[in-house]
Write a protein that binds this ligand. Structure first.
Ligand code: NIG
Ligand code: FE
Length: 423
């Protein structure tokens, strides 16, 4: 059994047998860690299947005809999945779900004609959320975030990456990372923490970038390293935020503490951030609403996962990432929610799947692969998540009764998930 699975055993010390499964999706052994290009369209489905889980680990699966029966019926939960599908739980490799307040006033400003960037330049956007963070205690932030995690589980999410970045001071960034650390212990699903102190320059450092970068490197990172508060380091590399050179300095400093880069790049402009992040060993580059040929070539020569965020494009009316161009260039694509109060106020990955199909022209099979196997890779969970394989996590999606897998994306806005198994 993979070591990390021991962490999640407490949530289910019993046995589960799922029978009569209409389609067991992406079940098999020895999958590659990522699916790219044409392979993204392949999604194996075992029809009329069974699946057995013990102590939250997948121990057996196959067709109902192959089923060999049960040796020990004690503590066994039997689920009849007639008409329902079982899939690997979705992995959400990009969220900002620890925040104090929603920002619907900016939403109304955008309806009236302002752009996201104009609102941010007026002191809204990330700085708005950073100002409001102080209004909540660590306990309140934790409770709100936990409620969001529970809601995401009901939409089929079985692993979540969460970023800091609404603190922008030593105290407030550490406060958010401590909340994420508590979530790691209590959420019942894997949580990964990303330090995003370099999300925006606070107002008082607007003309003093050096001062804020020093604060990140000399004050924040040592505490994060000492208390092991993060797995990844992120920078918002964009015009009016952090330059490529500033990103490089911060990522290099983070790497000294073992933090792997995973960055926001190319949301509004092409600046060379993708190439630099890849050079620095980024696990994923996220957003990519704007890309050029140099970005494609850099990605082709890397192990880095391009991660697209269609609900962000939808919500703030910016271009959708060109998923087809990436796939035609034989690259992999992951999808994530980007759940945050400014650009994506929902973490519903069912919505993300539908938008990816409708607006980015992914097939339902490609979208499911982008939310499972490729998304697991983008958050370092390939060994335990992303496919239905022996020894992997038993946190799986059980759908409601639906006519086909494509229906999950087609009937947009409805929740097709009955429950996450094992939780
Ligand atoms: O990924 N683009 C940078 N960060 C967030 C938005 C942050 C905010 O507006 O609060 C994003 O979209
Ligand atoms: Fe984001």
């Amino acid at each position: 059994m993979p070591k990390s699975l021991h962490l999640y055993q407490n949530q289910s010390m019993s046995k589960i047998l799922i029978k009569n499964i209409k389609g067991l999706v992406q079940a098999g052994e020895n999958f590659a860690h990522t699916l790219k290009g044409k392979a993204m369209a392949e999604l194996p489905v075992i029809e009329n299947a069974y699946l057995a889980i013990e102590n939250n680990v997948i121990v057996d699966y196959g067709t109902m005809e192959e089923w060999g029966g049960i040796a020990d019926w004690r503590d066994l939960e039997i689920i009849d999945a007639d008409g329902k599908y079982v899939l690997p739980a979705f992995c959400d490799s990009h969220t900002h779900l620890v925040f104090a307040k929603s920002r619907e006033e900016e939403f109304v400003d955008r309806i009236k004609g302002l752009t996201y960037e104009e609102i941010a330049l007026k002191g809204g956007g990330i700085l708005n959320s950073a100002r409001r963070l102080g209004e909540k205690t660590e306990d309140e932030l934790y409770q709100d975030a936990m409620n969001r995690v529970e809601l995401l589980k009901s939409y089929g999410t079985g692993a979540i990456e969460i970023k800091s970045g609404y603190g922008l001071s030593v105290e407030a960034e550490i406060k958010i990372l401590r909340v994420i650390q508590r979530l790691k212990q209590t959420a019942g699903i894997p949580i990964k923490a990303t330090f995003l102190g370099a999300h925006a320059f606070p107002k008082e450092y607007k003309e003093n970038h050096r001062g804020y970068i020093d604060l990140i490197i000399d004050e924040m990172l040592p505490i994060i390293g000492e208390e092991k508060l993060a797995d990844y380091i992120d920078v918002f590399c964009e015009r009016n935020y952090f330059s490529v050179e500033e990103m490089e300095e911060i990522l290099l400093a983070g790497k000294k503490y073992g933090l792997v880069p995973k960055v926001h790049v190319n949301q509004f402009s092409v600046m060379g951030g993708i190439q630099k992040a890849i050079e620095l060993g980024a696990l994923s580059v996220d957003h990519l609403e704007e890309i050029d040929e140099n970005d494609i070539v850099a990605l082709q020569n890397s192990e880095c996962m391009p991660t697209l965020l269609p609900s962000c494009s939808h919500f703030i009316s910016i271009p959708f990432g060109d998923a087809r161009r990436l796939i035609e260039a034989n690259l992999p694509v992951a999808l994530a929610s980007d759940f945050n109060p400014g650009t994506t106020p929902t973490g519903n990955l069912g919505v993300v799947m539908s938008l990816a199909c409708i607006k980015m022209k992914l097939t339902p099979e490609e979208a499911i692969n982008a939310l499972t196997i490729n998304a697991a890779y983008a958050m370092g969970l390939s060994d335990t998540h992303g496919t239905i394989s022996l020894g992997k996590s038993g946190n799986l999606i059980l759908t409601k009764q639906i006519p086909s897998l494509a229906y999950m994306a087609y009937a947009f806005g409805d929740n097709h998930i009955e429950r996450i198994i094992g939780l």
